[in-house]
Design a protein around this ligand. Structure first.
Ligand code: ATP
Ligand code: MG
Ligand code: FE
Length: 341
């Protein structure tokens, strides 16, 4: 089954075709992402209405480009999947409207995908995919969650952030130290040149049991350290390294606890912060030490993309899931409410 996937929940327009007749990475016939970063940069954050309008401009050309790369025409498609939530309502409606219209015109089944289920299942698009049960760490710009995955479609929230998401903490910390928008990846890059241990920040909420996170206090610690420093280039790199180590350690400690709680040894990591090199290395080492494994999508499939939507949608369409033809989105959506696949 060849499924066209459309992602438009925030500031990336993503389109892909996934073919379930081929498994793992081979199934991804083509994918393309257009990032609106430059558009929003001057505002220092995503402007929802500008995001919607840019999705309108870019979505159809991107669909044409993706089909051409896969050497397919619309007539070769067997289904359409689109992000139905959570996300910015206007941005979601653009993707949903285009997806539903295409499906209607081509007489194809269509399915609305939960954006975080898309992230969560992205590692299953790689070769040698893990099988449920496993624990998923979802670390993105808007979410930091530990989820017990008993089966695909059966998600139990084990813990989540009480304030900032990990990606949000990366972005805000970078901004405080004067790094350009969006700061997360830039901060991570800077951290590579920093010296570990020069700045030591807290590992929030690791001194007591539990699987929830809090990153806003860490951000304040960094702000104070930065204000009281000489603000030189090398200090900025050292602080970036101290911050990154604190986030990575905190995530690793909680992942270990979540694996214990769920009684399994497979950890799946997804979402934009999953592209972080130090986090990948740390979680890999932690899982290997336990005799298990950590599974990640390739970095390009950690951040928002259409491939994860095509893949998650394909699993649901293959299982026979169908929805009425209405253009309907769910800007706030609990993943635990999803039906089993
Ligand atoms: P959500 O999926 O929760 O709705 P989102 O879609 O905005 O949020 P993603 O696209 O999954 O989030 O990820 C973007 C986030 O990942 C940003 O906060 C960004 O700073 C962060 N990020 C990307 N690369 C890295 C990296 N190498 N190190 C740390 N953070 C990173
Ligand atoms: Mg984004
Ligand atoms: Fe996302």
């Amino acid at each position: 089954m060849k499924v066209l996937g459309i992602e438009s929940s925030c500031d990336e327009t993503g389109v892909a075709v996934y073919d379930t007749a081929l498994s793992g990475a081979a199934g991804l016939l083509a994918h393309a992402v257009y990032s609106q970063i430059a558009l929003h940069a001057e505002y220092g954050g995503v402007v929802p209405e500008l995001a919607s309008r840019d999705h309108v401009r870019k979505l159809l050309p991107l669909i044409r480009q993706t089909l051409a790369e896969a050497d397919l025409s619309v007539a070769d498609l067997d289904g359409v999947a689109y992000t139905a939530g959570p996300g910015l309502v206007g941005a979601l409606l653009v993707g949903a409207g285009v997806a539903r219209s295409l499906a209607w015109a081509l007489d194809l089944p269509a399915v609305g995908v939960h954006h975080m289920e898309g992230h969560l299942l992205a590692p299953l698009m790689e070769d040698d995919p893990p099988a449920a049960p496993f624990v998923a760490l979802l670390v993105s710009g808007g979410h930091t969650q530990l989820v017990a995955v008993d089966a695909i479609g059966s998600y139990r929230l084990l813990g989540e952030t009480l304030d900032d998401a990990a990606g949000e903490a990366f972005d805000k910390t970078a901004k405080m130290m004067g790094l350009p928008y969006p700061g997360g990846p830039q901060l991570a890059k800077l951290a590579e040149t920093g010296t570990p241990g020069v700045f030591k920040f807290a590992r929030p909420m690791t001194d007591r049991p539990g699987l929830d996170f809090s990153f806003s206090g860490l951000k304040t610690q960094v702000l104070l350290a930065w204000r009281n420093s000489d603000q030189s280039e090398s200090t900025r790199a050292d602080i970036a390294r101290g911050f990154e180590d604190a986030v990575v350690d905190t995530l690793a400690i909680k992942c270990g606890r979540a694996l214990d709680a769920a009684g399994c040894d497979t950890l799946v990591v997804a979402g934009g912060v999953g592209a972080n090199k130090r986090l990948r290395a740390k979680l890999q080492a932690m899982c290997e030490q336990r005799g298990g494994r950590a599974c990640f999508p390739r970095p390009a499939l950690c951040t928002d993309n259409g491939a994860m939507i095509a893949f998650a949608g394909a699993l649901r369409l293959e299982a026979g899931q169908r929805e009425p033809a209405a253009v309907h989105v769910t800007p706030r959506w609990d993943m635990a409410a999803l039906p089993l696949v």
